[in-house]
Ligand binder design. Sequence first.
Ligand code: UD1
Length: 426
Amino acid sequence: MDKFVIEGGHPLSGTVEISGSKNAALPLMAAALMAARPCVVRNVPSLSDVRTMTGVLRELGMDADYDPASRTFTASVRDTSRCTAPYSLVKKMRASISVLGPLVAARGYAKVSYPGGCAIGTRPIDLHLKGLSALGVRFKIEHGYIIARAERLKGAEIYLGGHYGSSVLATANVMCAAALAEGETVISHAAAEPEIVDLAGFLNAMGASVEGAGSTRVVVRGVSSLSGADYSVIPDRIEAATFLIAAAMTRSPLTVKGAVYAHLNAVIDKLQEVGVGILRTDAGLEVVPSERMRPVEITTLPYPGFPTDVQAQMMALLALVRGTSFVTERIFPDRFMHVAELNRLGADIRRAGPTAVINGVSRLSGAHVMASDLRASAALVLAGLVAEGTTEVLRIYHIDRGYERIEEKLNLLGARIKRLPAEGVY
Ligand code: UD1
């Protein structure tokens, strides 16, 4: 297991290029299960989650391959008799649940390991099951597996709102299955994330008819089969946000190439409220740092609200902003594992239910910290960039799930981060 050793206090400068979106790529890869012809997905980031999804798809009888040099994923269906996504792979990555809809729609049968909880909460799948049931899928839960069967899927009107709002991957699963259902499906309270728009674009490129993606009402007119497609995924808005925040924290002028302004409205709005300048350029976004920053109140919400996946990184920034900031988590109310670790670095953050109360401190000091999940680890790396002395971030396999070569990208900008094997067991 590797760790990062970060020498704090080095300013950043230059241009960083954003990779393709992990959260867009994974459901697209899963949707290739439904294609009658080969699929090519480009701009797929080189991440361990992408390798896990490639493994899941091979297990499901696909000739699936990922080429990290060209960032290209290719897949075609070889053996439709293999319909089990095993525990050994699903436990590595919850997004494996996104094979459920495509698999049962294409083959009439799916057996997918029931995903467990994770460091950010219990993560139920009731909306996935509700949406697919409405299309005619019958479910049994047996020995830790979801067993799904359907002879014929039929379009339906489906309300997909849950206790915490819309669900991204439930919307993805239902949209995929509806693409091969008979008749029209209307999903209301659909997730409106850009990754859902990208999936709709991919499905339409395969010959599906999906309208309204990006709004809360998605209409899918089923077709009898889907062809292949050659498609390129959108840039990763969460990675882009992480670099915007890195620039703000290190008070560095940075160009974030490929960042899509329209996907980052809520993050940019909050950074501007803090006092950080963000300019839109031809290349992407440019950060104009500020010495004087102001505390803010943030609530995470489904898109276009402030993304939960940027909450931890923003908290690392606010830890150093004089005054009191409040961050309320409305998507995953237990997503606060990073609070204790940021406090080990000298932050003053207190949790009150779903809200973190952040009293800005003037400095952080390097320490050993433990990454608990993907975005929490990014927050700790950001904190390490500005902490005095050396910060060691352990369990960085979390960060490798979702950030392509983050230490190399930051080092090219002037950071000092070493990836070393961690001694002992963590
Ligand atoms: C996706 C993203 C993840 C992001 C999250 C919220 C991928 C691969 N992952 O995860 O990075 O943090 O969206 O933006 O795209 N819920 C239910 N019942 C369900 C499903 C979800 O109650 O059946 C709840 C969840 O517990 C959570 C909320 O709905 O409170 C939103 O979760 P959801 O959008 O489903 O997250 P994912 O799609 O798993």
